[in-house]
Write a protein that binds this ligand. Structure first.
Ligand SMILES: O=C(O)[C@@H](O)C(=O)CO
Ligand code: MG
Length: 259
């Protein structure tokens, strides 16, 4: 299995280009990030070219997090803001040579108006992304960490994928969120494999290094390979000893690879 360092949580004591270099030094096969927008894309490209790593994906802008926003794309009345941020994300991802954009839904009342808004913005995003040879990802996020998040389970994600019906649209299956919300990870991954655009892991319940907690990821990664998943697995966890200790907590990486 190939592993990507999620630089939204790993090596965050470093500027993004240097975090890319640290991830390469640590032996990751790729990187991914959350919100790179303050980093000039030329600086990021230079680090990616220098290390030979690909940056797999970024997130659309979450909005005003101090005001409780965590995504704009399912918020009725915010279509202009959402589509501006989708366009910005697609432009940045294309310039950085990425594969995908994760379109963040946001906190809503969960009603039909929010879902219609989300699907319309996803169609807009998929058309924009497909023209740049990018994919669009949607990610169910657990409502214990993010109360009110519009998309929090795979049944709803499947309804959205069915409604949007676009080849560019895929499911980002974050095992941390899905263990909290619904469990049954292996069977759900196997059933949804044709629709999976990316997989992420972190320990449950503390979201630390994945070689602890209630999920046996060493076994699950072998199952994922047997299912034929050919993508990277995103290591999206918060190092228990702090971001500055990311490298010290990487014993799981070689252990999982050695299977
Ligand atoms: O799981 C997460 O929190 C991330 O994958 C994300 O995109 C929102 O930050
Ligand atoms: Mg995630």
């Amino acid at each position: 299995m190939r592993y990507a360092a999620n630089l939204g949580f790993l090596f965050t004591d470093l500027a993004l280009p240097d975090a890319v270099r640290a991830a390469a030094q640590a032996g990751f096969d790729a990187v991914e990030c959350h919100f790179p927008y303050e980093t000039p894309v030329a600086d990021l490209r230079a680090a990616l070219d220098e290390t030979g790593l690909r940056m797999l994906a970024l997130n659309t802008w979450p909005g005003d997090r101090d005001a409780g926003e965590f995504g704009l794309c399912a918020l009725p009345g915010r279509q202009d803001d959402a589509r501006r941020e989708i366009a910005r994300a697609v432009d940045y991802a294309a310039a950085a040579g990425m594969d995908a954009v994760h379109v963040m839904a946001g906190r809503t009342d969960g009603g039909e108006a929010a879902d219609a808004c989300f699907c319309a913005n996803l169609r807009f995003a998929c058309d924009l992304a497909a023209a740049r040879n990018l994919r669009i990802l949607i990610e169910p996020i657990n409502t214990r960490d993010v109360p009110g998040y519009h998309l929090s389970g795979t049944d709803h994600a499947e309804r959205v994928l069915d409604a949007v019906q676009h080849d560019a649209l895929g499911l980002m299956f974050d095992c941390y969120h899905m263990q909290i919300m619904q469990g049954d990870l292996a069977r759900t991954l196997r059933r949804l494999m044709p629709r999976i655009g990316h997989v992420q892991i972190a320990a449950v319940p503390d979201r630390g290094e994945p070689d602890a907690g209630e999920v046996n990821y060493s076994w699950l990664m072998r199952e994922l390979a047997e299912m034929g998943y050919g993508g990277h697995v995103g290591a999206e966890y918060r190092p228990r000893a702090g971001a500055g200790s990311t490298a010290a907590g990487l014993s799981w990486l070689s252990a999982f690879r050695d299977g």
